[in-house]
Ligand binder design. Structure first.
Ligand code: SF4
Length: 347
């Protein structure tokens, strides 16, 4: 009796490890499809696509690109709403910044398990390597991810499987354990060697993390947003805007998002209908969104800050247009001096 082809769903982040994990399993004759989760915090070329100075960098979605290189289908799943609870209330705490990596892994593997069951797949693959990341990829956390996600021994990590107890796909002979790997630690060398052996020459360079939550500046801005709102919550627009512009909070109840260059200005244009905004008119200068409700005096302060970042920074007065819904006014202001923009305002 011929055995049916087994099917595995691979978590594809766009990095080298998940690419290798999928490839290693494909080499064993398993049908592999990829799954990638969109949380809103993903790095994936978003800011590169916006900023003018990053125009030379290739603007590719690495997860899609990896799938194309491997010749597999990729399912991109929007988890923005459900993921909020992971970011806001992580059971296993945050990493160095506001990155809930362990909870995130558990959540994503759990979602992959659900997808696997709904789509008639047999097991799940990740590119995890023991000791690769200090919080989420340790020997002790490997069984935690498997257990708390509900995936248990249907979760196979091809790159470090030989350091772990055999999973069901190995015990059942769907995959040969001898052809899996026993990588561990932070070094990337074995992965690079394996990539070369498998003929994978081009891949995204290993970075600190796959999302903005590992970024210190980004996490500081998110913490500020929660403080200002008096609750840990967010909408997609909030977290998108944290990736863009200069964020300045001159008073606790409002902040300014100042475009730093043309590309960011164009991106912020898309939010003009939803946020009050300021724009210098007597001189060239940045579009600036206002998040919060300044008093008339504070609006003038805001206009002076915007004037400071305009071409009229050394002029006596700069005309700034202020728009809030249907209300529009012109403010004639003196630009703030650099030392008047206090360091504690700058997020
Ligand atoms: S870096 Fe971000 S996406 Fe990656 S595991 Fe951590 S929280 Fe999740």
């Amino acid at each position: 009796m011929t055995q049916r082809t087994r099917k595995a769903v691979a978590l594809i982040s766009g990095g080298l490890d998940s690419m290798l994990a999928a490839k290693v399993i494909m080499e064993q004759g398993i049908h592999v499809e990829g799954i990638n989760f969109f949380t809103g915090f993903c790095v994936e070329g978003h800011t590169h696509a916006i900023r003018k100075r990053d125009q030379a960098k290739p603007k590719r979605n690495n997860a899609l690109w990896v799938a194309e290189q491997l010749g597999i289908k990729l399912h991109i799943v929007d988890i923005i709403e459900e993921y909020k609870d992971v970011v806001i209330n992580p059971k296993h705490c945050y990493g160095a910044n506001l990155n809930p990596c362990l909870d995130c892994k558990i959540f994503m593997v759990g979602k992959a398990r659900q997808w696997m069951l709904e789509n008639g797949f047999d097991f799940i693959i990740t590119g995890e390597v023991i000791g690769q990341r200090p919080k989420s990829q340790r020997r002790e956390t490997m069984p935690v991810v498997a257990r708390e996600s509900g995936a248990d021994d249907l979760l196979l990590r091809p790159l470090c499987a030989r350091n772990l107890p055999a999973t069901l796909p190995e015990r059942e002979g769907w995959v040969e354990r001898d052809k899996l790997y026993g990588f561990s630690g932070r070094t990337r060398k074995p992965q690079m060697e394996l990539a070369s052996q498998l003929g994978l020459e081009d891949y995204a360079q290993p970075a600190g993390g796959c999302c903005f939550l590992t970024d210190e500046n980004y996490s500081r801005k998110l913490a500020d947003l929660w403080r200002a709102r008096g609750e840990k919550n967010y909408e997609l627009d909030d977290i998108m805007l944290l990736k863009v512009g200069r964020h300045i909070r001159p008073r606790p109840h409002f902040k300014l998002i100042v475009a730093r260059e043309e590309g960011e200005g164009r991106f912020l244009q898309g939010y003009k209908n939803r946020y009050p905004h300021l724009h210098p008119i007597s001189h060239a200068g940045p579009l600036t969104l206002i998040d919060g409700t300044p008093t008339p005096d504070e609006l003038e302060l805001a206009a002076r800050i915007v004037a400071r970042y305009s071409q009229g920074r050394d002029a006596d007065t700069v005309e700034v247009r202020s728009v809030d819904g249907n209300e529009e006014q012109r403010l004639s202001v003196t630009p703030l001096k650099p030392h008047e923009i206090l360091p504690e305002w700058q997020l």
